[in-house]
Design a protein around this ligand. Sequence first.
Ligand code: PMM
Length: 272
Amino acid sequence: MGGADHDRTLVMSVINVTPDSFSDGGHWLDPVAAVQHGLELLQQGADILDVGGESTRPGAVRVDPVTEIERVVPVVRELSERGAVVSVDTMRAQVAEACIRVGAQLVNDVSGGLADAAMLPLIARHEVDYVAMHWRGHARTMQQQASYSNVVADVFAELSRRRDAALAAGVQLDRLILDPGLGFAKRAEHNWQLLAALPHLMELGPRILVGASRKAFLGELLNRREPATRDDASLAVTCHCAQRRVWAVRAHTAQPHADAVRVMARLAAGGQ
Ligand code: PMM
């Protein structure tokens, strides 16, 4: 990882090793099944595998750190040993450190360093990339904080502060990835406004990640209750992001997104 020198948008595919994630909860709780799923995602063209052991769905109850480590470490270790670029989706420095030790190259922190004061110093001490997502509070109460005077300006300002806090803690700018956090303390219209403002949000730093896959705002638009029925809509958002040269998209499937980002890159190159 590191740097912003890719000629196309990357695909980060999700493996939730949880019983309760909104999109795929319970499917990959068994480490053998999770690793197998990861290998399939890689074969389908995923660039990064994002392994998470704690659901962040609105209303979710927190898992204890020992359980979180027990869920993610065997999966991160095995996939890293097999050559995958693995990211760990965690808000806890303790979990991040355990995963870095077994090969994680990226830490995906949906709290942007706000949930655990030890996170930014930990990242600064290691050679890993770090996703700082826009976040206002834990899942149990976050939707009560979905209030903005101007969502684009507010998210930009709050994410700038997380970027500056990371830099002040010693994280290198070329290790940093910023994410507007679609669905986190945001109502549907907030997510649409943020997606429409991507060119502006990309001024936050060299690398931007967007996670729209299967989220409720897509379901609301299309009247699709089941998260997996939102995959075509998720792909449309990937095309939007790739056209605007977002660094990576986070998605629950691999092949459609891997294909789409390649098509979009070829189109951007004027067909060359
Ligand atoms: N969304 C979810 C979890 N982790 N991480 C980042 N960086 N960005 C996101 O938008 C994001 C995330 C929630 O989706 P899931 O429960 O299906 O994984």
